[in-house]
Design a protein around this ligand. Structure first.
Ligand code: ZN
Length: 314
Protein backbone atom coordinates (compact mmCIF):
# COMPACT_ATOMS: atom_id res chain seq x y z
CA UNK A 1 0.00 0.00 0.00
CA UNK A 2 1.22 3.47 -0.81
CA UNK A 3 2.50 5.18 2.35
CA UNK A 4 0.39 8.26 1.66
CA UNK A 5 -2.74 6.11 1.48
CA UNK A 6 -1.85 4.52 4.80
CA UNK A 7 -1.36 7.93 6.31
CA UNK A 8 -4.77 9.10 5.18
CA UNK A 9 -6.56 6.03 6.45
CA UNK A 10 -5.04 6.77 9.84
CA UNK A 11 -5.94 10.41 9.47
CA UNK A 12 -9.56 9.50 8.67
CA UNK A 13 -9.80 7.17 11.62
CA UNK A 14 -8.46 9.74 14.07
CA UNK A 15 -10.17 12.89 12.86
CA UNK A 16 -13.18 11.42 11.08
CA UNK A 17 -12.66 13.97 8.37
CA UNK A 18 -13.76 13.91 4.79
CA UNK A 19 -11.71 10.94 3.74
CA UNK A 20 -12.93 10.85 0.18
CA UNK A 21 -11.77 14.39 -0.42
CA UNK A 22 -8.38 13.72 1.11
CA UNK A 23 -7.94 10.57 -0.84
CA UNK A 24 -8.93 12.38 -3.99
CA UNK A 25 -6.04 14.73 -3.37
CA UNK A 26 -3.68 11.83 -2.87
CA UNK A 27 -4.77 10.23 -6.10
CA UNK A 28 -4.47 13.48 -7.95
CA UNK A 29 -0.98 14.00 -6.62
CA UNK A 30 0.00 10.46 -7.29
CA UNK A 31 -1.08 10.82 -10.87
CA UNK A 32 0.85 14.08 -11.05
CA UNK A 33 -2.30 15.80 -12.13
CA UNK A 34 -3.05 19.27 -13.19
CA UNK A 35 -5.81 21.10 -11.35
CA UNK A 36 -8.18 20.12 -14.09
CA UNK A 37 -7.52 16.45 -13.49
CA UNK A 38 -8.04 16.84 -9.76
CA UNK A 39 -11.38 18.46 -10.54
CA UNK A 40 -12.33 15.55 -12.81
CA UNK A 41 -11.39 13.17 -10.04
CA UNK A 42 -13.78 14.95 -7.68
CA UNK A 43 -16.52 14.78 -10.27
CA UNK A 44 -15.98 11.07 -10.57
CA UNK A 45 -16.32 10.78 -6.82
CA UNK A 46 -19.73 12.36 -7.09
CA UNK A 47 -20.77 10.06 -9.91
CA UNK A 48 -19.73 7.07 -7.85
CA UNK A 49 -21.80 8.32 -4.92
CA UNK A 50 -24.82 8.79 -7.15
CA UNK A 51 -24.68 5.14 -8.03
CA UNK A 52 -25.21 4.48 -4.38
CA UNK A 53 -22.28 2.17 -3.95
CA UNK A 54 -19.07 3.91 -3.34
CA UNK A 55 -16.97 1.06 -4.58
CA UNK A 56 -14.76 3.02 -6.86
CA UNK A 57 -11.49 4.70 -6.55
CA UNK A 58 -11.94 8.01 -8.30
CA UNK A 59 -11.11 7.41 -11.90
CA UNK A 60 -9.85 9.85 -14.44
CA UNK A 61 -9.61 7.17 -17.08
CA UNK A 62 -13.28 7.37 -17.89
CA UNK A 63 -12.87 11.01 -18.90
CA UNK A 64 -10.66 10.07 -21.82
CA UNK A 65 -12.92 9.79 -24.85
CA UNK A 66 -10.56 8.69 -27.61
CA UNK A 67 -8.02 5.86 -27.87
CA UNK A 68 -4.30 6.56 -27.61
CA UNK A 69 -2.74 6.48 -31.06
CA UNK A 70 -0.13 3.86 -31.73
CA UNK A 71 0.43 0.23 -32.45
CA UNK A 72 -2.15 -1.79 -30.45
CA UNK A 73 -0.71 -2.70 -27.10
CA UNK A 74 -2.08 -4.01 -23.87
CA UNK A 75 -0.26 -2.71 -20.79
CA UNK A 76 -0.34 -4.04 -17.24
CA UNK A 77 -2.87 -6.47 -15.85
CA UNK A 78 -6.58 -7.06 -16.30
CA UNK A 79 -7.34 -5.20 -13.07
CA UNK A 80 -4.59 -2.60 -13.22
CA UNK A 81 -3.62 -1.61 -16.71
CA UNK A 82 -4.43 0.38 -19.83
CA UNK A 83 -4.24 0.11 -23.60
CA UNK A 84 -2.76 1.86 -26.62
CA UNK A 85 -4.14 1.73 -30.17
CA UNK A 86 -7.51 0.33 -29.08
CA UNK A 87 -9.99 -0.55 -31.80
CA UNK A 88 -13.60 0.62 -31.60
CA UNK A 89 -16.01 -2.28 -31.84
CA UNK A 90 -18.82 -1.50 -34.28
CA UNK A 91 -22.28 -1.39 -32.76
CA UNK A 92 -23.66 -4.05 -35.07
CA UNK A 93 -21.65 -6.90 -36.52
CA UNK A 94 -22.26 -10.36 -37.91
CA UNK A 95 -23.90 -12.28 -35.08
CA UNK A 96 -23.60 -9.59 -32.41
CA UNK A 97 -25.20 -6.33 -31.29
CA UNK A 98 -23.53 -3.99 -28.79
CA UNK A 99 -25.95 -2.26 -26.41
CA UNK A 100 -25.50 0.60 -23.88
CA UNK A 101 -23.08 2.46 -26.13
CA UNK A 102 -23.51 5.59 -24.00
CA UNK A 103 -21.21 3.96 -21.47
CA UNK A 104 -18.43 4.40 -24.01
CA UNK A 105 -16.85 1.08 -23.16
CA UNK A 106 -16.59 -0.45 -26.62
CA UNK A 107 -12.82 -0.25 -27.10
CA UNK A 108 -10.52 -3.24 -27.13
CA UNK A 109 -7.40 -4.83 -28.39
CA UNK A 110 -7.78 -6.44 -31.85
CA UNK A 111 -7.55 -9.98 -30.43
CA UNK A 112 -10.56 -9.41 -28.15
CA UNK A 113 -12.59 -8.06 -31.04
CA UNK A 114 -11.66 -11.02 -33.19
CA UNK A 115 -12.88 -13.43 -30.47
CA UNK A 116 -16.22 -11.58 -30.38
CA UNK A 117 -16.44 -11.77 -34.18
CA UNK A 118 -15.65 -15.48 -34.00
CA UNK A 119 -18.58 -16.05 -31.60
CA UNK A 120 -20.82 -13.83 -33.71
CA UNK A 121 -20.07 -15.73 -36.92
CA UNK A 122 -20.96 -18.99 -35.24
CA UNK A 123 -24.33 -17.68 -34.02
CA UNK A 124 -25.11 -16.08 -37.35
CA UNK A 125 -24.28 -19.24 -39.28
CA UNK A 126 -26.12 -21.67 -37.01
CA UNK A 127 -29.07 -19.61 -35.74
CA UNK A 128 -29.26 -16.41 -37.81
CA UNK A 129 -29.11 -14.56 -34.48
CA UNK A 130 -27.08 -11.81 -32.86
CA UNK A 131 -25.81 -12.01 -29.29
CA UNK A 132 -25.98 -8.89 -27.12
CA UNK A 133 -22.72 -7.42 -25.86
CA UNK A 134 -21.95 -5.57 -22.65
CA UNK A 135 -18.85 -3.66 -21.60
CA UNK A 136 -15.44 -4.08 -23.20
CA UNK A 137 -12.92 -1.41 -22.12
CA UNK A 138 -12.58 2.36 -22.12
CA UNK A 139 -10.68 4.13 -24.93
CA UNK A 140 -7.34 3.96 -23.12
CA UNK A 141 -8.53 1.32 -20.67
CA UNK A 142 -7.87 1.93 -16.98
CA UNK A 143 -10.22 1.80 -14.03
CA UNK A 144 -13.89 2.49 -14.72
CA UNK A 145 -16.01 4.71 -12.52
CA UNK A 146 -18.48 1.90 -11.78
CA UNK A 147 -19.36 -1.73 -12.44
CA UNK A 148 -15.92 -3.33 -12.96
CA UNK A 149 -12.49 -3.55 -11.49
CA UNK A 150 -11.07 -5.55 -14.40
CA UNK A 151 -11.66 -4.74 -18.10
CA UNK A 152 -8.66 -2.39 -17.84
CA UNK A 153 -6.21 -3.52 -20.51
CA UNK A 154 -8.49 -4.21 -23.46
CA UNK A 155 -8.62 -7.97 -22.99
CA UNK A 156 -11.94 -8.50 -21.16
CA UNK A 157 -15.47 -8.47 -22.58
CA UNK A 158 -18.95 -9.16 -21.21
CA UNK A 159 -21.46 -11.03 -23.35
CA UNK A 160 -25.09 -11.39 -22.31
CA UNK A 161 -27.06 -14.59 -22.28
CA UNK A 162 -29.42 -12.89 -24.72
CA UNK A 163 -29.79 -13.13 -28.47
CA UNK A 164 -32.03 -11.44 -31.00
CA UNK A 165 -33.07 -12.48 -34.50
CA UNK A 166 -30.67 -11.28 -37.17
CA UNK A 167 -31.50 -7.76 -38.29
CA UNK A 168 -33.78 -6.84 -35.38
CA UNK A 169 -33.10 -4.05 -32.89
CA UNK A 170 -32.88 -4.70 -29.15
CA UNK A 171 -33.85 -2.33 -26.35
CA UNK A 172 -30.67 -0.40 -25.68
CA UNK A 173 -31.08 -0.87 -21.94
CA UNK A 174 -32.23 -4.47 -22.10
CA UNK A 175 -31.65 -6.25 -18.81
CA UNK A 176 -30.93 -9.86 -19.56
CA UNK A 177 -32.58 -12.10 -16.95
CA UNK A 178 -30.52 -14.39 -14.73
CA UNK A 179 -30.45 -17.89 -16.17
CA UNK A 180 -29.87 -19.41 -12.72
CA UNK A 181 -31.75 -19.44 -9.44
CA UNK A 182 -29.15 -18.98 -6.72
CA UNK A 183 -31.64 -19.81 -3.96
CA UNK A 184 -32.25 -23.32 -5.30
CA UNK A 185 -28.87 -23.79 -6.93
CA UNK A 186 -30.62 -24.74 -10.17
CA UNK A 187 -30.64 -23.50 -13.73
CA UNK A 188 -33.69 -21.71 -15.08
CA UNK A 189 -33.76 -24.07 -18.00
CA UNK A 190 -36.66 -22.29 -19.65
CA UNK A 191 -34.27 -19.35 -20.17
CA UNK A 192 -31.24 -21.34 -21.23
CA UNK A 193 -30.70 -21.70 -24.98
CA UNK A 194 -28.31 -23.87 -27.00
CA UNK A 195 -27.07 -20.57 -28.47
CA UNK A 196 -25.47 -19.73 -25.12
CA UNK A 197 -23.80 -23.10 -24.86
CA UNK A 198 -22.48 -22.68 -28.40
CA UNK A 199 -21.21 -19.17 -27.66
CA UNK A 200 -19.32 -20.52 -24.63
CA UNK A 201 -18.05 -23.49 -26.62
CA UNK A 202 -16.79 -21.29 -29.45
CA UNK A 203 -15.10 -18.92 -27.01
CA UNK A 204 -13.49 -21.75 -25.05
CA UNK A 205 -12.12 -23.27 -28.24
CA UNK A 206 -10.56 -20.01 -29.33
CA UNK A 207 -6.85 -20.22 -28.53
CA UNK A 208 -6.72 -16.53 -27.58
CA UNK A 209 -9.22 -17.02 -24.75
CA UNK A 210 -7.77 -18.04 -21.40
CA UNK A 211 -10.77 -17.84 -19.08
CA UNK A 212 -14.53 -17.48 -19.25
CA UNK A 213 -16.32 -16.55 -16.04
CA UNK A 214 -19.84 -17.82 -15.37
CA UNK A 215 -21.91 -18.47 -12.28
CA UNK A 216 -21.00 -21.87 -10.75
CA UNK A 217 -24.54 -23.13 -11.46
CA UNK A 218 -23.95 -22.61 -15.18
CA UNK A 219 -20.63 -24.40 -15.02
CA UNK A 220 -22.25 -27.32 -13.18
CA UNK A 221 -24.98 -27.49 -15.82
CA UNK A 222 -22.33 -27.79 -18.53
CA UNK A 223 -20.50 -30.44 -16.50
CA UNK A 224 -23.72 -32.43 -16.33
CA UNK A 225 -24.74 -32.09 -19.97
CA UNK A 226 -21.53 -32.14 -22.02
CA UNK A 227 -20.20 -35.46 -23.28
CA UNK A 228 -16.68 -34.13 -23.65
CA UNK A 229 -15.91 -31.89 -20.66
CA UNK A 230 -12.31 -31.08 -21.60
CA UNK A 231 -13.26 -27.63 -22.93
CA UNK A 232 -14.85 -26.74 -19.60
CA UNK A 233 -11.37 -26.19 -18.17
CA UNK A 234 -11.54 -22.56 -19.29
CA UNK A 235 -15.07 -22.09 -17.94
CA UNK A 236 -14.40 -20.65 -14.50
CA UNK A 237 -17.01 -20.44 -11.73
CA UNK A 238 -17.34 -16.95 -10.32
CA UNK A 239 -19.82 -14.96 -8.23
CA UNK A 240 -22.49 -13.04 -10.15
CA UNK A 241 -22.30 -13.72 -13.89
CA UNK A 242 -25.86 -14.99 -13.87
CA UNK A 243 -27.03 -13.08 -16.95
CA UNK A 244 -23.76 -12.70 -18.84
CA UNK A 245 -20.41 -14.36 -19.27
CA UNK A 246 -17.09 -12.62 -19.13
CA UNK A 247 -14.38 -13.62 -21.51
CA UNK A 248 -10.72 -12.99 -20.95
CA UNK A 249 -8.11 -12.99 -23.67
CA UNK A 250 -4.39 -13.67 -23.30
CA UNK A 251 -1.77 -10.95 -23.66
CA UNK A 252 -1.13 -10.38 -27.36
CA UNK A 253 2.20 -11.59 -28.63
CA UNK A 254 5.11 -9.11 -28.23
CA UNK A 255 3.21 -7.01 -25.69
CA UNK A 256 6.09 -7.00 -23.24
CA UNK A 257 4.33 -4.71 -20.75
CA UNK A 258 1.21 -6.89 -20.54
CA UNK A 259 0.81 -9.19 -17.54
CA UNK A 260 -0.78 -12.56 -18.21
CA UNK A 261 -2.71 -14.31 -15.47
CA UNK A 262 -1.45 -17.71 -14.31
CA UNK A 263 -2.75 -20.59 -16.44
CA UNK A 264 -5.99 -22.25 -15.32
CA UNK A 265 -5.42 -25.37 -13.23
CA UNK A 266 -5.51 -28.73 -15.01
CA UNK A 267 -8.73 -30.72 -15.20
CA UNK A 268 -12.26 -29.80 -16.25
CA UNK A 269 -13.18 -28.32 -12.84
CA UNK A 270 -16.30 -30.48 -12.59
CA UNK A 271 -15.62 -31.42 -8.99
CA UNK A 272 -16.78 -31.33 -5.39
CA UNK A 273 -15.52 -27.79 -4.91
CA UNK A 274 -17.92 -26.64 -7.62
CA UNK A 275 -20.83 -28.32 -5.82
CA UNK A 276 -19.72 -26.75 -2.53
CA UNK A 277 -19.59 -23.33 -4.14
CA UNK A 278 -23.19 -23.66 -5.33
CA UNK A 279 -24.24 -24.70 -1.85
CA UNK A 280 -22.45 -21.76 -0.22
CA UNK A 281 -24.06 -19.45 -2.75
CA UNK A 282 -27.47 -20.96 -1.96
CA UNK A 283 -27.03 -20.45 1.78
CA UNK A 284 -25.78 -16.89 1.33
CA UNK A 285 -28.73 -16.09 -0.94
CA UNK A 286 -31.26 -17.41 1.55
CA UNK A 287 -29.56 -15.68 4.49
CA UNK A 288 -28.30 -12.39 3.15
CA UNK A 289 -25.93 -10.62 5.50
CA UNK A 290 -26.86 -7.05 6.40
CA UNK A 291 -24.89 -4.68 4.24
CA UNK A 292 -22.18 -2.79 6.06
CA UNK A 293 -22.19 0.77 4.87
CA UNK A 294 -18.67 1.55 3.82
CA UNK A 295 -18.30 5.03 2.44
CA UNK A 296 -14.57 4.99 1.98
CA UNK A 297 -13.20 4.27 -1.47
CA UNK A 298 -11.10 1.12 -1.66
CA UNK A 299 -7.45 1.64 -2.31
CA UNK A 300 -6.24 0.59 -5.69
CA UNK A 301 -2.69 -0.15 -6.74
CA UNK A 302 -0.78 2.52 -8.58
CA UNK A 303 -1.11 1.95 -12.32
CA UNK A 304 1.99 0.88 -14.28
CA UNK A 305 4.30 3.78 -15.18
CA UNK A 306 3.50 3.40 -18.89
CA UNK A 307 -0.18 3.90 -18.08
CA UNK A 308 0.48 7.04 -16.05
CA UNK A 309 2.51 8.39 -18.96
CA UNK A 310 -0.40 7.68 -21.27
CA UNK A 311 -2.72 9.58 -18.97
CA UNK A 312 -0.35 12.53 -18.76
CA UNK A 313 -0.30 12.83 -22.52
CA UNK A 314 -4.07 12.76 -22.88
ZN1 ZN B 1 -16.85 -8.56 -17.08
Amino acid sequence: MHYLSKFFILFCLIFNSSCAEKLTDVVAEKYKDTEKRAEITKQNNQVARQFGKYTEQPTIWSEVKTPAKGHPQSIGGYSNGCQVGAIELSKIGIGYYDIRRYRHRFFSQPSTISVIQNIGHELDKKYAEQILLGDLSQPIGGLMSYAHVSHQNGLDADIYFATIKRGTTPDDDYEAPAVVDKATGKMKLELWKPQYRDALFTAANNSEVTRIFVNPIIKKHLCDTEKDTSWLKKIRPWGGHTAHFHLRVRCPINNSLCNNQAAVPPGDGCNKELVNWIERQRIDTLNPKPKVKDTSPPLRPTPPAACLDLLKNK
